[in-house]
Structures are given as structure tokens and as C-alpha cells.
Design a protein around this ligand. Structure first.
Ligand SMILES: *Cc1c(COP(=O)(O)O)cnc(C)c1O
Length: 387
């Protein structure tokens, strides 16, 4: 696996972190080839994590669009309610294999923090999660979940007191404690080897899609769509399909009508953030711009470097959906299929709805439904019911 994806990626970190990143890469490469590690991962995914997840054909939603068949990859059914566990479990096992006694993580909306807390408890590893003060106030139930799972939540009062600052604090902690501690990064971002490791553990999504598509309709999907925050559920969906004929589309958060949202690939330029070279939302001086989205998990000014390369290569198309389009998709899925989705994958659903109308009835779209909507009910209610 390359240290760079085209010109993107790399390791823009202080010298003191280089040995830890090298150790991590070596440990991960050995674990990939170790049948015992793979067996334990598969076994816990199945018996504790709820894998494999179903590939569900959404007939009422498809009929509403009057075009292609829409299938949902049900990552909302994974333990904890989102795809984030796939990565947290893999990295947790890797940390234990490397002899680490302590996990640290950063979290924005709290979803990755909860996934890490669950894994920390499962594996008996001391766990501390950095979270911005503003995010802690906005996401109280997830703070409570982490504490109930035995995790210490560290309040971050620097900067904007949100995800970007929590990542900086977690990196700082890691620099001081590399011997004892694994930094369990939550998306396909950061310095090498993190983007490759996270893509590897999330690729279980795309492998199951490819396998179940062949079982169900004897072919790969014509189109696969996933939402892109840091880009982990999308890269996990795309990886096993990159060498097939499947068209691939990643959907970023467009934010409110007329706003910039958090669409780093669609509206950003290349620069360096959190140890990687990638597309960023930045001003002419390289200052990171404030982002906003109705979906907290998509609210990040950067994106995984592999997506930057896939964009430049033209293999994946990247587009945006607005807050309003995502909300519309939320209500439509709820009423046609009896599923309350997280607002993040509603961006992917909104794009699927646009595409389905333009496609033939014998064509097939797979949308990765990255999480369930329980966490978003208050936000959805605040925007009111559709007419
Ligand atoms: C965190 C999150 C995302 C965005 O993260 P990626 O790394 O881009 O996948 C998407 N959906 C849900 C449900 C999330 O919790």
C-alpha cells in the first residue's frame, strides 16, 4: 500500500511521531497476513458487531423514483448504530497486538468516541477521548454513553472547541505517550499509514456489497454511492469496487442553500492539515475555513487523501447535497421504507434519488446507509415535518 495516493497523503508530522507511525505500519502489515488476527476480527465482527449487514432492496423508495432499483447497505444495523465500529474494532485489536495499554481518540459528534469506548471496554484497554467543549454541550447523550462505557472524556477548550481542535489535542497526547498509547483515528484521514489502515478495516463494507450483489443479481451494482466526511465509509464502499465497472459517487455536505458547507473536494484546494496533503477548505493564506452541515459527521474541512487522488484521476465523481436535500431524503426514507437514517447518509440518498430517475428500471444503485438516525431526531424535529 502506497505512502502516497498520487501526490496526496504523506506524513506531515513532528519527528517524534515517526517511530510510532513506522511501528504501526509494520504491525498492521503483519496483522493483515496473520490468520489468527483475521479470525479474531471476523469472529468479533460477527458475534459482537452484528456483521455481515444486509443488502436491502428498497422497493417503495425505488418505485417512488420510477427508475433504477435502489439497494441499501445497512451499516445502520452495526453495533452502536454506524459503520464507525468496523474501524474501531480493527484498530483496537491492532493496538492490543502491539502491546499498548491505552487508547486515545478524538470525536466531533461523539459517534467515533462511542465506538472507541465500546472497543476499549471489550478489550480491557484504558480509554480517553478528546472532545471540544462546544461539541460536548451539543452531544450530551454520547458523552454519557462514553462515560457509562468506562471512558474518560477530555474537554478541549482550545480554538473553536470542536473536532479540528480535538484532533490537535489527541495528536499532542500521542506525542507524549507513544510508548503506552495507540491513537485510534476515526476516519480515513491523518498521516500515513492511518488512511490505508482505516480503508482496510472499512473495506468489509464493499466486500460484502460485491459478494451480495453477485448472489442477488449476478453482477456488481451499476452505481455505488456513499457520503463523504473524512471519507471512511465511502472508501470502504469503493475499494473493493475500484477495479470493476461500477460507477462510484461520493457525496459531500453542501450545507445550507448558498453556503460553503463542508465540501472540501468539490469546493476546496490542496493543502496540509492533520499530517496529510489533501483537498481542504482554506483561504488564500492557508487558514482553515469554518465549515457547517446539518450532519455533524460530515462537518470537517479536510478529507481522506485517497479521495483527493480518486477525484483527480476521475475514477470517482464527487458531488454535494444540501441540508435541505438531506432532510427531504430523511423523511422520504422514513415514510417509504420504515427506516430512520442518520443525516450523513441522507446526503448519499439524496444523490441516489436524483440518479435513479435518470436510470433504467433494470439498473441497480447501492447506497451505503452509514448509520441510524436516533442521534439526529432533535435536529430533524427542529426543521419541522414536510408538508
Ligand atoms: C462519522 C459518520 C460519517 C462520516 O464519516 P466518514 O469517515 O466520512 O465515513 C458518516 N455517517 C455516519 C453515520 C457517521 O457517524
Amino acid at each position: 500500500m502506497p505512502e502516497r495516493y498520487g501526490k496526496y497523503g504523506g506524513t506531515y508530522v513532528p519527528e517524534t511521531l515517526v517511530p510510532a507511525l513506522t511501528e504501526l505500519e509494520k504491525g498492521w502489515r503483519a496483522a493483515r497476513r496473520d490468520p489468527k488476527f483475521q479470525r479474531e476480527l471476523r469472529s468479533l465482527e460477527a458475534t459482537w458487531g452484528g456483521r455481515p449487514t444486509p443488502l436491502y432492496r428498497a422497493d417503495r423508495l425505488s418505485a417512488e423514483m420510477g427508475g433504477a432499483e435502489i439497494y441499501l447497505k445497512r451499516e445502520d444495523l452495526v453495533h452502536g448504530g454506524a459503520h464507525k465500529l468496523n474501524n474501531a474494532l480493527g484498530q483496537g485489536l491492532l493496538a492490543r497486538r502491539l502491546g499498548k495499554q491505552r487508547l486515545i481518540a478524538e470525536t466531533g459528534a461523539g459517534q467515533h468516541g462511542v465506538a472507541t469506548a465500546m472497543v476499549g471496554a471489550l478489550l480491557g484497554l484504558r480509554t480517553e477521548v478528546y472532545m471540544g467543549k462546544v461539541d460536548m454541550e451539543r452531544q450530551r447523550p454520547n458523552v454519557q454513553r462514553m462515560r457509562l462505557l468506562g471512558t474518560t472524556v477530555r474537554e478541549v477548550t482550545q480554538g473553536t472547541q470542536t473536532l479540528k481542535d480535538a484532533i490537535n489535542e489527541a495528536l499532542r497526547d500521542w506525542i507524549s505517550n507513544v510508548e503506552s498509547t495507540h491513537y485510534l483515528l476515526g476516519s480515513a484521514v491523518g498521516p500515513h499509514p492511518f488512511p490505508s489502515i482505516v480503508a482496510d478495516f472499512q473495506s468489509v463494507i464493499g466486500r460484502e456489497i460485491a459478494r451480495d450483489s453477485h448472489r442477488r443479481f449476478g453482477d456488481v451494482p451499476d452505481l455505488a454511492i456513499a457520503c463523504v466526511g473524512g471519507g471512511s465509509n465511502a472508501i470502504g464502499t469503493f475499494h473493493p469496487l475500484l477495479r470493476t465497472r461500477t460507477r462510484l459517487v461520493g457525496v459531500e455536505a453542501g450545507g445550507a442553500e448558498g453556503a460553503m458547507g463542508a465540501a472540501s473536494l468539490s469546493r476546496g484546494t490542496p493543502g496540509i492539515l492533520h499530517g496529510m496533503l489533501t483537498y481542504l477548505l482554506q483561504d488564500a493564506e492557508g487558514q482553515i475555513l469554518p465549515t457547517e452541515s446539518i450532519a455533524p459527521g460530515l462537518d470537517y474541512a479536510g478529507v481522506g487523501p485517497e479521495h483527493s487522488a480518486l477525484k483527480d484521476a476521475g475514477r470517482v465523481e464527487y458531488t454535494v447535497a444540501t441540508d435541505e436535500e438531506a432532510l427531504h431524503a430523511f423523511h422520504l426514507l422514513a415514510r417509504t421504507e420504515g427506516i430512520l437514517p442518520a443525516l450523513e447518509p441522507c446526503h448519499a440518498l439524496a444523490e441516489a434519488m436524483k440518479q435513479a430517475r435518470k436510470m433504467r428500471k433494470d439498473e441497480r444503485i447501492v447506497v451505503t446507509l452509514s448509520g441510524r438516525g436516533d442521534k439526529d431526531l432533535e435536529v430533524v424535529a427542529r426543521h419541522g415535518q414536510p408538508g
